[in-house]
Design a protein around this ligand. Structure first.
Ligand code: PLP
Length: 387
C-alpha cells in the first residue's frame, strides 16, 4: 500500500463496533475493571482507546513499532530527554528549534545533562566532540528556521560506531516526505501541531521508535510523567492525518514557486529552501527525502522594513507555528528563537531580517502577488527612509 492510501485505509478507517466511518472519541478517564482479569484499558494516563488508535497509526506511517502521543511537541521532546541521566552528554545540532534549545539550556542543565552544540553538516567536527559519556546525537533536518540539511545516514554510521542513539526531529518533513527510522535513526520526534494535524487547531507531539527496549522506556516515561494527548486532540490529529499527502503536495508546490519568485526579487537578500538547486544541502536532502517540503525562510535586504512588509501582507498569518493549511509568516529572532541570546541567534543564522514562511494551500498566484506587492512596498519604504 502506498503512503496516500495508507493515510486513508489504516486502523482508524472503520469502527469495529459500529461500522462508523470515523472513530469514536473515548472521553473516559477511567475504565471499569473485573477483578483478576488483565485489561487493555484501566486509566487514560496509561492508555486511552482514541489515543491508542492515533499512536498505532503514527507508528505505521513512520515505519516504527510503537508511537507515543503527547500534549505538545515540547512534551514529546522532554520525554525523549528524560531517557538520559545526570552526567550523560549529548551532541545537539546547533541549528534547531528555539524551544528545544531553551529546554536544554534552562531545564535539562539543572539535572546535569551535558550538551555540546555542533555543526551537524560537518561530520568530522561531530566525531571530534564525542566523549566517553556521550549517549546520543540529536538533529533536525531540515532545521528550523534556516533549513540546513544533516546527512542522516552518515550520522547513524557514526553513532553506531560509538553505540549512541540518533534522534531526529522530523516536524518539517512528516513521514510523507522523510522517514528517518528507515535510514537507521533510533528515535523520531514530531510536533504534531504542525503538518500531521495540519489545521492550526490542535497542539500535539509524538515520539516513534522501532526498538522494543526504547519503547519500554518511553512507555514508562509517558505514563509516569503523564504529559499525554487527550482523546479530543487525538481524534483531531487522526482526522488531520487523512489529508496529509494532498495538503503537503499542494503546499510544497506553492513553496517551490514562491521560493523561486523570492530569489528574483530585489528586496530579498537570500532564500533558504532545499528545493532550490543553489541550496548547499539540495543534493543531500533529495537523497534522504522525497521532497523539499513547504517551509522556507528568506532574508529581507532592508530588515528595518519588516514591520511594514508584514502589515502589507494580505493573506499570510503573522504568527508562530507552521504546517497549517494557511500560509504563516514568522520572525524567528523575536518569536520561535527569542529566548536565545543575540550571539546564539547569530551562530544559528537567525538574523534580524530573517522571516520564516510556512506555505499554505492557497492559490500560488495569490501568494506570489501578495508577497510581491509587500516586497515592493519594503523597497519603497527603504528608499524613503534612507533619503
Ligand atoms: C521543529 C520543531 N520541533 C518542535 C516544536 C515544538 O512543538 P510544540 O509547539 O507542538 O510544542 C516546534 C514548534 O514550532 C518545531 O518547529
Amino acid at each position: 500500500m502506498r503512503f496516500p492510501t495508507q493515510l486513508i485505509h489504516n486502523q482508524s478507517t472503520i469502527d469495529p463496533t459500529t461500522g462508523a466511518a470515523s472513530p469514536p472519541i473515548y472521553h473516559a478517564s477511567t475504565f471499569h475493571q473485573t477483578p483478576g482479569t488483565a485489561q487493555p484499558y484501566t486509566y487514560s494516563r496509561s492508555k486511552n482507546p482514541t489515543r491508542s488508535l492515533l499512536e498505532n497509526t503514527l507508528a505505521d506511517l513512520e515505519g516504527g513499532t510503537q508511537a507515543f502521543a503527547f500534549g505538545s511537541g515540547m512534551a514529546a521532546i522532554s520525554a525523549v530527554f528524560s531517557l538520559f541521566a545526570t552526567g550523560d552528554h549529548i551532541l545537539v545540532a546547533q541549528n534547531l528549534y528555539g524551544g528545544t534549545h531553551q529546554l536544554l539550556t534552562d531545564l535539562m542543565n539543572r539535572i546535569g545533562l551535558n550538551v555540546t552544540y555542533v555543526d551537524m553538516t560537518d561530520l568530522q567536527h561531530v566525531a571530534q566532540k564525542i566523549q566517553a559519556n556521550t549517549r546520543a546525537l540529536y538533529l533536525e533536518t531540515p532545521s528550523n528556521p534556516t533549513l540546513t540539511i544533516t546527512d542522516m545516514r552518515a550520522m547513524v554510521t557514526l553513532a553506531h560506531a560509538y553505540k549512541l542513539w540518533t534522534i531526529a526531529d522530523n516536524t518539517f518533513m512528516s513521514p510523507y516526505l522523510q522517514k528517518p527510522l528507515s535510514l537507521g535513526v533510533d528515535i523520531v520526534i514530531h510536533s504534531a501541531t504542525k503538518f500531521l494535524a495540519g489545521h492550526s487547531d490542535v497542539l500535539a507531539g509524538t515520539v516513534i521508535v522501532k526498538s522494543g527496549d526504547l519503547a519500554k522506556r518511553l512507555d514508562q516515561i509517558q505514563v509516569i510523567y503523564g504529559g499525554i494527548l487527550g482523546p479530543e486532540d487525538s481524534w483531531l490529529t487522526l482526522r488531520g492525518l487523512k489529508t496529509l499527502a494532498v495538503r503537503l503536495d499542494r503546499s510544497q508546490d506553492n513553496a517551490q514557486r514562491l521560493a523561486h519568485f523570492l530569489t528574483q526579487h530585489d528586496a530579498v537578500q537570500k532564500v533558504h529552501y532545499p528545493g532550490l538547486p543553489g541550496h548547499p544541502g539540495h543534493g543531500l536532502h533529495h537523497r534522504q527525502a522525497e521532497g523539499p517540503g513547504a517551509v522556507l525562510s528568506f532574508e529581507l535586504l532592508h530588515p528595518h522594513t519588516i514591520g511594514d512588509f508584514i502589515k502589507r501582507l494580505r493573506y499570510a498569518l503573522y504568527a508562530v507555528s507552521l504546517g497549517g493549511v494557511e500560509t504563516i509568516v514568522s520572525h524567528p529572532a523575536t518569536m520561535s528563537h527569542q529566548a536565545l541570546s543575540s550571539s546564539e541567534q547569530r551562530a544559528m543564522g537567525v538574523t534580524p531580517g530573517l522571516l520564516r514562511v510556512s506555505v499554505g494551500i492557497e492559490s500560488a498566484e495569490d501568494l506570489i502577488e501578495d508577497f510581491g506587492q509587500a516586497l515592493n512596498f519594503s523597497v519603497t519604504k527603504a528608499e524613503t527612509t534612507t533619503r
